[in-house]
Design a protein around this ligand. Structure first.
Ligand code: FE2
Length: 258
């Protein structure tokens, strides 16, 4: 490594720490707090003391380049990417939107990853053992890169709601988990997208830990008939805004409340 290389890595590290600090000290009207008692697992995992900077290493500053180069168009079709030769069961949907910066500008060539339960509300995960049926043709993960206009697009099936024992008769509203990668592992933002016609928002502490109605509204996809594909799939539209007063609420981004 040349002196110039290490100088560039130092500069990238400084810039990234500034960005992370900005996000961590994020807007109290947008980001959920670390500790939200109605959401029980936050009681155990919320930090009790102020955060400290951890020095960054090269792998943290430069990943995940090779991962991005391996993305294929098939990765964005969750109805078929289990590669079992048959389609997943459920209501076929198209989910699309733009990844935008704080000024409404598109974020091109960015890795967007999704994961979700199947149509019956079940994940393939050893800790998910409630009696919703598994679907051998659905693995529940997908990814794509945004195009030159910052547009992502997935074909999938509409996920089901699932129970999660947070409180009596607790059900998660149907949702799709989203991750957006920046230039490295540390600039990863994670959130959940919901559907506007869901009846379960009122009792979900994850959704309601987002502090304002305006910010919660930004997590909800709208049905869009222009996106629907005739005799094929229903269309849903949802944009992701990375920063600024209209930012999408991301998970666990807010500084500890003292
Ligand atoms: Fe989930």
């Amino acid at each position: 490594m040349t002196k110039n290389d290490s100088k560039q890595i130092d500069q990238a590290g400084t810039k990234m720490m500034q960005t992370i600090r900005e996000i961590v000290r994020g807007d109290r009207d947008i980001f959920p707090p670390f500790l939200y008692e109605a959401y029980k697992s936050t009681i155990r995992r919320a930090p009790r003391m102020g955060l400290v900077d951890v020095p960054l290493t090269i792998s943290e500053l430069t990943g995940p380049g090779p991962l991005i180069s391996a993305v294929t168009p098939e990765d964005a079709d969750l109805t078929r990417n289990a590669s079992q030769g048959a389609e997943a069961i459920g209501q076929r949907i198209i989910v699309t939107g733009q990844v935008l910066d704080e000024y409404g500008g598109p974020i091109p060539h960015t890795l967007v990853e999704v994961w979700q339960a199947n149509a019956s509300g079940r994940y393939i995960h050893h800790r998910d053992d409630w009696p919703g049926p598994l679907d051998p043709n659905f693995i529940g993960v997908g990814r794509c890169l945004t195009d030159a206009n910052g547009v992502y697009r997935f074909q999938t099936i509409r996920p089901g709601a699932y129970p999660w024992k947070n409180h009596q008769n607790a059900w998660r509203p149907a949702h799709i988990h989203f991750s957006v990668f920046g230039q490295s592992w540390l600039s990863r933002l994670v959130t959940q997208m919901y559907f506007e016609d869901d009846p379960l928002f009122f009792q979900d502490p994850i959704f309601n830990s987002v502090p304002t109605e305006d910010a919660r509204h930004r997590l909800i996809a709208r049905y869009d008939h222009e996106v629907s594909s005739p005799e094929w799939a229903l269309g849903w539209r949802w944009n992701i805004v990375l920063k600024g007063p209209q930012a999408t609420p991301f998970e666990n981004n807010r500084e500890v409340q003292k």
